[in-house]
Design a protein around this ligand. Sequence first.
Ligand code: 5GP
Ligand code: MG
Length: 207
Amino acid sequence: MPPPPRVLISEKRILRRVGALAREVDAWSRGGRVVVVGVLNGSILFLADLVRRLRSPVVLDCIAASSYGTARTSSGRVLFNRRLRLNVRGAKVLLVDDILDTGRTLAALSRFLRKLGARRVEACVLLRKNVPRAADVSARFVGFDIPDCFVYGYGLDLRERFRNLRDIACAPPFENETRMKTARRQPEKRAEDLGGFPAGARPSDGG
Ligand code: 5GP
Ligand code: MG
């Protein structure tokens, strides 16, 4: 039997935070035409939960970008493999992605949307990894700040698997294979021990 996932952020915490993010987005989106652009595939569950909690009228489109392939580290090149169907000229665009890591994906997509004539482009990410960014980019709306570990679940994959996991889990690093064997016999770490806090909150705030 494979070891159980090391849960970093539980479904309950995710959904509570997504509700709060939706209210932040509502406050921002007042006035003007808002186009929500989801970045496939990783953002799909987050996108679905977020948009159905929005009260403001938005239109929805998706774009596909990949920089990872099947590896755990970014290839550095961002590939777009789906065209937008909606016209974004003059619109406020909310880019919705699963995670801000190196920042290359969001930087490339923001550039692309501005070229298409978007009036404003803001990013909303569920997770923001605590790593140096390779591209000058920031997200206006952030669900959780997480440590530098490879995460999966709630839309994010681990070699294409586990996107349907309801929680977000942290994959054990490859180099810890031997230590992992011993760790498996120890009790699972709680999410709070691993990190993963609502953006802007201190660990003691409880999330
Ligand atoms: P960036 O361009 O910011 O380096 O990476 C963004 C994309 O890489 C995300 O949209 C996501 O698809 C993927 N990514 C980055 N970190 C992780 C991770 O920890 N787990 C998974 N499954 N995907 C990740
Ligand atoms: Mg992605």
